[in-house]
Design a protein around this ligand. Sequence first.
Ligand code: ZN
Length: 127
Amino acid sequence: MSILDDMQRTLNDFGDNMIQFGHTAAVQTKQFADTARLGAKAADKKRVLNQQYAELGEAVFAKLRAVPDNEYQDLIDKIKKTQLEIKDLEDQAAAVKGVKRCPECGAQNPLDADYCCKCGRSLQDEV
Ligand SMILES: [Zn+2]
């Protein structure tokens, strides 16, 4: 067997390996793309599910918020506390901005407004 034959065989093996490598890379690229596409679809569905959970939670909260000693009392108390914290922060932000928020609809009104510019609620008892 000549050196040229060896070189030819080595080149052929190299070529076969490169073809196999290219094929493997193509398969891996497709797998990666499929995985990413399916993962993104799953993430979209999780967002939909979280929205559905939120809707259910809001419906249950609306029904049970005024029912004393119900089975979700701890969670309802936590939600009420968080709602008050959000309102307080929004009121602070409104004060910094130089407006007052309507307690009924949340609209921003001038500090000297007596009635809400959006829903008409009296603002005179609000500081
Ligand atoms: Zn209002």
